[in-house]
Design a protein around this ligand. Structure first.
Ligand SMILES: Nc1ncnc2c1ncn2[C@@H]1O[C@H](COP(=O)(O)OP(=O)(O)OP(=O)(O)O)[C@@H](O)[C@H]1O
Length: 268
C-alpha cells in the first residue's frame, strides 16, 4: 500500500503537538524503520498511518485516497487491509491464543463466522501455522494471561501474519524479547513483507536491528523527520544527534553505548 504524507501535523487532545511537519512518501512494498528517542513521535506517526488518529493538519493519502474523506464503509475496508502491532498488544487476558491469532481476520470474515470463531476456532490449523513460524505453536490453546511479555508480542505478530495485510505497522514489536529472538523476529517480518510485497513500517528502539534489516531508515526527532535515508547512508553523527537527549545509542541487548564503527550493523 502506497503512503503519502505532506506537512502532516498532529496535536493530541490535551493540546500536545506530537507531530510537527511530516513529509514522507512510502511506495508499496517498501520496508521502513522508524527510529528515535523516547517521546519523539514514532507511535503517534504509526497511529496516523493506521488511520486511527486523524491528522490535525497537512495531507495524508493511503492507497491513493484520503482515509478521513472516505465513507465509514470504505474506512472500515481500508483498516481491514492494515495490520497494526501495538507496543502493548491489546489482547483480552483470558482469551486463548488461537482466538487472538484468528482475530487477525475478523475484519475479512462475515459477521456470523467472526462470532462463531469466538466460541469454536474456525481455523486452528491456520493459527498454529503462523505461531509455528514464531516458535510458539505449543501455546495454541494457552490463555493469553499465562504468557510472558515476549510471548504475547509473538502472539500479536502471529495475528498480523495470519491477517495477511497490505500494510504492516509494528510499534516496537520486539521490545520484550531477548536479543537472539529479536533478531530472528525482525528478520521474519522483513522476509514476510519482501515475499508478499507488503509495505512494512516498524518503529524500533534498537538501532542495530533497524540498520541491519531495513533498507530505509527514518530518524524521528521532536515530532519531525531528522533524516530519511537508505540504511547504508546513515552516519554516526546523525545517530548521535537523534539520540542526543538519551546519552548514547540503544543497541539490542546492550545498555546505551557509543558506537565507533557502524559497518557491522548495516543492512546487507
Ligand atoms: N494520547 C496522548 N495524549 C497526549 N500526549 C500524548 C499522547 N500520546 C503521546 N503523547 C505525547 O506525544 C509525544 C510523542 O509520543 P509517542 O508515543 O508518539 O512517542 P514515541 O516516539 O513512540 O515514544 P516511545 O519510544 O517512548 O514509545 C510525547 O511527548 C508523548 O508524551
Amino acid at each position: 500500500m502506497k503512503l503519502s504524507l505532506e506537512g502532516v501535523g498532529l496535536v493530541h487532545a490535551n493540546g500536545h503537538p506530537a507531530l510537527q511537519w511530516i513529509d514522507l512518501q512510502v511506495e508499496a512494498g517498501e520496508r521502513v524503520a522508524l527510529i528515535g528517542a523516547s517521546g519523539a513521535g514514532k507511535t503517534t506517526l504509526l497511529r496516523v498511518l493506521a488511520a486511527s488518529l486523524r491528522p490535525s493538519g497537512g495531507r495524508l493519502r493511503m492507497a491513493g485516497g484520503d482515509p478521513w474523506a472516505a465513507s465509514p464503509a470504505a474506512l472500515r475496508q481500508l483498516r481491514a487491509r492494515i495490520g497494526h502491532v501495538h507496543q502493548a498488544p491489546p489482547i483480552p487476558p483470558r482469551q486463548r491464543v488461537v482466538t487472538a491469532v484468528q482475530a487477525g481476520r475478523l475484519g475479512q470474515w462475515p459477521l456470523w463466522k467472526s462470532l462463531a470463531s469466538l466460541v469454536l476456532p474456525a481455523d486452528a490449523e491456520g493459527a498454529r501455522r503462523e505461531l509455528a513460524r514464531l516458535d510458539l505453536a505449543d501455546k495454541l490453546f494457552e490463555r493469553c494471561d499465562r504468557l510472558s511479555g515476549g510471548q504475547l508480542q509473538r502472539v500479536a505478530l502471529a495475528r498480523v501474519l495470519y491477517q495477511q495485510p497490505d500494510l504492516l505497522l509494528a510499534d516496537e514489536p520486539v521490545s520484550a524479547m531477548d536479543p537472539a529472538l529479536s533478531e530472528l523476529t525482525v528478520a521474519l517480518l522483513n522476509e514476510e513483507a519482501a515475499r508478499r510485497g507488503v509495505t512494512l513500517v516498524a518503529s524500533l528502539h534498537a538501532v542495530d536491528l533497524a540498520l541491519r534489516h531495513f533498507p530505509r531508515v527514518v530518524g524521528v526527532k521532536d515530532g519531525g523527520v531528522l533524516f530519511d535515508l537508505p540504511a547504508s547512508q546513515v552516519t554516526e553523527a546523525q545517530l548521535r544527534e537523534l539520540y542526543a537527549a538519551e546519552g548514547g545509542l540503544p543497541i539490542a541487548g546492550a545498555p546505551a553505548s557509543a558506537i565507533v564503527d557502524l559497518s557491522p550493523l548495516r543492512c546487507s
